[in-house]
Structures are given as structure tokens and as C-alpha cells.
Design a protein around this ligand. Structure first.
Ligand SMILES: Nc1ncnc2c1ncn2[C@@H]1O[C@H](COP(=O)(O)OP(=O)(O)OP(=O)(O)O)[C@@H](O)[C@H]1O
Length: 234
């Protein structure tokens, strides 16, 4: 199968600071890439470029051969993006918030209701976003990212603020989306989550990719241990 997501020699320099040295990676349909590494490693910088929020200093990013720099509108129509912080419209209700983001992609009301159920916010559907807890806002951002059934789902530390029940739900939802063919890329510091869903685990340090591990899912507990061990050394 050809790669759905193809990143070639992407780098990013802010004035004199290189946040990301040239990096290449590929992911097939239904594959999940997990980015990890310490604070300031370059994970968000890479995710911003894949999400089309930031323009790379060098290199190309393609989804299904659509080049971000050549056809930005078509490229961004393929992605769902969950940011790491909530800057959004706090005075909308949960349902209005999803309708607002869904309206850019013709998402039906039925799908919005389905997503509200998936993220467990049925009883909060008419609550203003500013009254939600951090974990609930995180679930809403996740809902916003998946509501248009994107080909590529990009998430920056999606499990931040989630309680253990919702971390398990998140893992189950990602597994289901992978089965349906969604390509997933996200950053996390949670090695058990990485071991449960990540086909490739990428360790970054100081803007460089320093290690890639392939996951065969045969023994998630041992793999988590291996990842934690590497994490300490990186
Ligand atoms: N707009 C910017 N201008 C200048 N430097 C930046 C900018 N954005 C990020 N950086 C720098 O790029 C480097 C990588 O930052 P990035 O946010 O990608 O790291 P990260 O791996 O996501 O970290 P964390 O785990 O703390 O979220 C850091 O040194 C950061 O200070």
C-alpha cells in the first residue's frame, strides 16, 4: 500500500533558532505514528507543519500526493487537528461549537450528535464551553478534530487532562479509527498509550529524530517498559 502521509526533509527555523532539523516519515492508511521526547524536542513544531498551521522552512508534506505548498485548500480538507491548548470560542455551547467547526466541512447534524455521544458530553450539549472542565474541553477538541471523518488525524498531547476512564476510551476510539483507515499522528508523554496504538514510535530530542521503534503489539506491557527505558536515556 502507498503512503497516505509523506513527509520529506521537513525543517523549521525561527529566525536563528532551528526548532526542527530535516525529518522524513511516511504513514500508510490506518497507521498511527506517535511522537515523543522531552520538552522542546520539536514535536509541536512538526505537528503544526503537518496540520498546515506553519509553513516549513524546507521540505514537502503530502497527503495522498496532495502537496500542502501547492494545494493548501485541498490538503487541509483531508485533516483533523486537535491543538494542545484551547484558544477557541468559549461562549458557544458544546453543540454550537461542533456545528461551527463542522460547517466548514458540511458535517451533518446526525454526525454532530454521534460525536457528542462518542465524547460523552450528551448532558453538556447546551452548556457553554467556558463552563466545562479541562478534561471535558479536551474531549470537545477531540470531537472537533474527528467530526468530519478526516483522512489524517493530527493531535498535540490529546490525553492531557483526561481521567483514566477517558484515556481508555480515547485508546479504543483511535483503534476503531485506525481500523476504518484513518492515519493518525499525535504527541504524548504517556508511553502506555503509545504502546497500545502506535505502529511507529518516534523519539525526538533538540529538534532531531533520534530513534524510531516499530510496534508489533505482541506484548504492550514489555513495549511500554522498553519505551520508558529509552525515554530516560534520551
Ligand atoms: N514561534 C517560535 N519562535 C521561536 N522558537 C520557537 C517557536 N515555536 C517553538 N520554538 C522553539 O522550538 C523548539 C521546539 O518547540 P516545540 O514546541 O516544537 O517542542 P515540543 O517537543 O512540542 O515541546 P513540549 O513537550 O514542551 O510541548 C523549542 O526550543 C521552542 O522554544
Amino acid at each position: 500500500m502507498n503512503s497516505l502521509l509523506a513527509i520529506e526533509e521537513i525543517s523549521k527555523t525561527f529566525k536563528k533558532k532551528t526548532a526542527l532539523y530535516p525529518i522524513s516519515l511516511q504513514a500508510k492508511e490506518g497507521e498511527c505514528i506517535v511522537l515523543t521526547g522531552g520538552n522542546g524536542a520539536g514535536k509541536s513544531t512538526l505537528l503544526h507543519i503537518i496540520a498546515g498551521i506553519s509553513v516549513p522552512s524546507t521540505g514537502t508534506v503530502k497527503i495522498n500526493s496532495i502537496d500542502f505548498l501547492k494545494d493548501r485548500k485541498k490538503y487541509v480538507s483531508k485533516i483533523g487537528y486537535m491543538p494542545d491548548e484551547f484558544y477557541a470560542q468559549q461562549s458557544l455551547t458544546v453543540k454550537e461549537f461542533l456545528q461551527f467547526y463542522g460547517s466548514f466541512r458540511n458535517v451533518s447534524n446526525e454526525r454532530i450528535d454521534e460525536v457528542i455521544e462518542l465524547i460523552g458530553l450528551e448532558e453538556k450539549r447546551n452548556e457553554e464551553v467556558k463552563h466545562l472542565s479541562k478534561g471535558m474541553r479536551q474531549r470537545l477538541l477531540f470531537g472537533q478534530a474527528i467530526c468530519a471523518n478526516p483522512s489524517v488525524l493530527i493531535m498535540d498531547e490529546p490525553t492531557n487532562g483526561l481521567d483514566p476512564y477517558w484515556i481508555n476510551q480515547f485508546v479504543d476510539l483511535i483503534k476503531q479509527m485506525k481500523k476504518k483507515g484513518t492515519t493518525v499522528i499525535f504527541s504524548t508523554h504517556m508511553m502506555d498509550v503509545a504502546a497500545e496504538v502506535g505502529d511507529q514510535i518516534l523519539f525526538m530530542e533538540n529538534g532531531k529524530l533520534v530513534k524510531t521503534l516499530q510496534n508489533d503489539f505482541s506484548d504492550p506491557a514489555s513495549f511500554t517498559f522498553e519505551l520508558l527505558h529509552l525515554y530516560r536515556k534520551v
